[in-house]
Design a protein. Structure first.
Length: 696
């Protein structure tokens, strides 16, 4: 049978705790009664989340406006929280304003100080707080308290804040509006909460508060094991998971311990020996009764059957626990694709399987965003279509208005010094940036390369005055087959340090073949070879290269038809050379992609999700999980040969360079050739620039 419930507003009947403990709890419950809907079906007498956090008996914390809004929307409609609502009364005044009662006056940052609706008594109190604040510089105090500054209207209710601060767009590939997603879901019941917040926004503090509220709800059930149909004495775990054990302990659990030390409520629920570095156990009223029974029979008492545990994402020890609540802190950093431990997707899936046994389970994923990659981004996208999932996306200074302006400015300047504003956008503005977690080429540089070719279409016929370079990649890892054609032109505007005109690589033609993975039908290599023969009739191809995987037969076939075809070694040394060259082209703005035609989205995606993996002595290039790297390999290989004329072997075999005449079908003629011929409509190229002499 479930534990006997007490009536709404009735004092607790637990025999545990002192008279002061019970009296304090009664005060807290009565505080919640002042605004509680009497029809609330709340059999265990839970106080609402806001009362729990702000009541001196529980946590005694001050909530910033957005913290309060997030907790309200997530919990409203649940037992004990059904009276919660979003304030939408437009009548100016402190009662309806989000800024009243906040803790910003201590920092001298409260909008109340300059609001015409601010009560004189409250203003005088907060002015004194500012005057006596040793942290604030005197000039700052004078600015804040300048009597000559006219008082302004600073009234904002909660709905006004929602409409003002949440993005009207989103970073989801399918589009959508963050603010619309939130407004449309107000009043719904949720099982999952995703907080996409910038750094210093108080994410870990919010995780600690939410976790302790769930612990409180379990304790107040008296015997939650019986209510959930579990074995008597079974451990129930509120789990916080971070990317590393040290982060889990310092970021969240340190705040949990501090809250327990200050809380009159939790001090009576925790035994000293159960409070460890990353876990703590709590006593329920039933545990207290059982301990009295055990002690009367001479058996040792137990520490408690509710526990809060902070673990890390690389440990599988938490999987299999009785977990009604999971908090995944800094989830975007959990992306792991090297196969050495669980990936973020695997961890999320296994933990979700653990919570499904509880009817009112909760999964909370909190992080500042990184790139459009990994499980956290996938959940972000799902929130726009899944009614059970609630998502908030806020920059640091909105979620935490107490961040000093000078800190934000320093973050911005530091990003500018590093030449990467994308980091500032992710860390502070809380926006997802396209690309891999450790991108070889920053997504912004990829976008710029395509923007330079915004008028270009994929070439189907080459310019007879140009020399073109082709690279083939019969990939072994993805089973795809890719091809890229590039040419080189001299930039008439920019000159190198030696005075020569800079050479720019143009990506003219990309093609990719994929096997039928459903039917298990591989790529028809003969079809690929025929495509190459057709291309050679339409382009002045002076070089075809291919890596050593599964390419020998095709290359021999090309050579039999008089086409200059070479096999590259594609060993680590050569791979580093061609990709280092590719990165330099992006950084220097010397590569241009066509922006209209087949394989533009695929090329852009593969470039952005190309990542660099390091080991002790060298590094390798690979695609992020769920993406391919076939097209970048082709572009890197073709660009390197086009600019250097080097294939990768120390001694090239003696060959005669031949050309396939694009103007006359089926005609192949001998002759010399080189890259970067003149006469292009895009650049007035120097005919001598980019011509290379292959060994004869």
């Amino acid at each position: 049978m479930p534990p006997q419930a007490r009536k709404q507003g009735e004092p607790p009947t637990s025999s545990g705790g002192s008279l002061a403990d019970q009296f304090g709890r009664l005060i807290a419950e009565q505080a919640g009664e002042t605004s509680r809907d009497r029809t609330d079906d709340n059999p265990f007498g839970w106080v609402d989340i806001i009362t729990f956090i702000e009541s001196p008996y529980f946590l005694a914390e001050k909530l910033y406006p957005w913290q309060k809004i997030i907790f309200k929307i997530f919990y409203m409609g649940t037992p004990g929280n059904r009276h919660l609502h979003i304030v939408d009364d437009p009548t100016p005044g402190c009662t309806n304003c989000v800024w009243i009662g906040n803790d910003l006056n201590r920092l001298g940052r409260s909008p109340c100080l300059h609001c015409i609706h601010y009560d004189d008594e409250l203003r005088a109190r907060d002015v004194e707080v500012i005057r006596s604040n040793p942290i604030l510089h005197e000039d700052r105090k004078d600015t804040l308290l300048n009597a000559g500054v006219p008082l302004e209207e600073h009234f904002e209710n909660e709905m006004m804040l929602i409409e003002r601060d949440l993005p009207t767009d989103s970073d989801a590939r399918a589009g959508g509006s963050v603010v619309k997603q939130v407004i449309d879901k107000i009043g719904h019941r949720f099982s999952e909460l995703y907080l996409v917040l910038g750094r210093r926004s108080g994410k870990s503090q919010m995780a600690a508060w939410l976790g302790l509220y769930e612990v409180y709800r379990l304790i107040e059930m008296s015997n939650p094991q019986r209510a959930f149909g579990m074995t008597d004495g079974s451990l129930i775990t509120v789990l916080n998971v971070a990317v590393a054990a040290e982060q889990a302990e310092k970021a969240v659990f340190s705040k949990v311990r501090a809250a327990i030390d200050r809380s009159p409520y939790f001090k009576t629920k925790v035994s000293a020996k159960s409070l460890l570095n990353a876990s703590v156990k709590f006593m329920t009223p039933y545990d207290e009764e059982e301990n009295r029974r055990l002690e009367s029979q001479g058996f040792p008492a137990r520490d408690g059957t509710i526990q809060f545990v902070s673990g890390h994402s690389k440990s599988s020890s938490q999987v299999g626990l009785n977990i009604p609540v999971v908090i995944m802190d800094e989830m975007a950093q959990m992306v792991n694709k090297d196969g050495s431990s669980m990936s973020d997707a695997e961890l999320y899936t296994q933990l979700k399987n653990s919570v499904w046994t509880f009817p009112d389970f909760k999964i909370v994923c909190i992080s500042n965003p990184l790139t459009r990659d990994g499980k956290f981004y996938e959940l972000y996208e799902e929130s726009f279509v899944d009614e059970r999932c609630l998502m908030f996306q806020l920059p640091s200074y909105k979620a935490n208005p107490g961040i000093p302006d000078e800190i934000l400015e320093e973050e911005r300047r530091a990003a500018m010094r590093r030449g990467s504003m994308s980091e500032y956008q992710m860390q502070i503005e809380a926006r997802f940036i396209g690309g891999a977690a450790n991108p070889l080429v920053p997504a912004q540089l990829v976008d710029e390369a395509f923007e330079r070719g915004y008028r270009m279409v994929r070439l189907e016929y080459g310019d007879p005055r140009q020399s073109y370079y082709m690279h083939l990649d019969p990939a072994v890892s993805s089973d795809n087959y890719a091809m890229a054609i590039v040419h080189v032109e001299a930039d008439p505007i920019r000159a190198s340090d030696t005075g020569d005109l800079e050479r720019v690589v143009f990506v003219d033609h990309v093609q990719m073949w994929e096997p039928d993975r459903v039917q298990g039908v591989p790529i028809d290599i003969a079809m690929v070879e025929q495509y190459v023969f057709d291309i050679c009739q339409r382009f002045h191809i002076v070089s075809i290269t291919a890596d050593q995987w599964n390419s020998v037969s095709s290359l021999q076939n090309f050579q039999r038809h008089g086409i200059q075809a070479k096999q590259t070694p594609f060993n680590p040394t050569y791979v580093q050379k061609i990709y280092t060259n590719l990165v330099e082209l992006f950084v220097q703005g010397r590569i241009v992609f066509y922006s209209h035609g087949p394989y533009v989205p695929e090329t852009m995606d593969q470039m952005k999700f190309l990542q660099q993996k390091f080991n002790r002595r060298t590094w390798r290039i690979e695609a992020a999980e769920g993406h391919y790297d076939d097209i970048p390999a082709c572009i890197a290989g073709a660009s390197y040969v086009a600019l250097t004329g080097q294939i990768g072997y120390r001694g090239l075999p003696s060959t005669v360079l031949v050309r396939a005449d694009w103007a006359r079908s089926g005609s192949i003629s001998g002759g010399g050739g080189g890259g970067g011929g003149g006469g292009s409509p895009r650049f007035a190229s120097n005919p001598q620039i980019g011509r290379f002499s292959f060994p004869r």
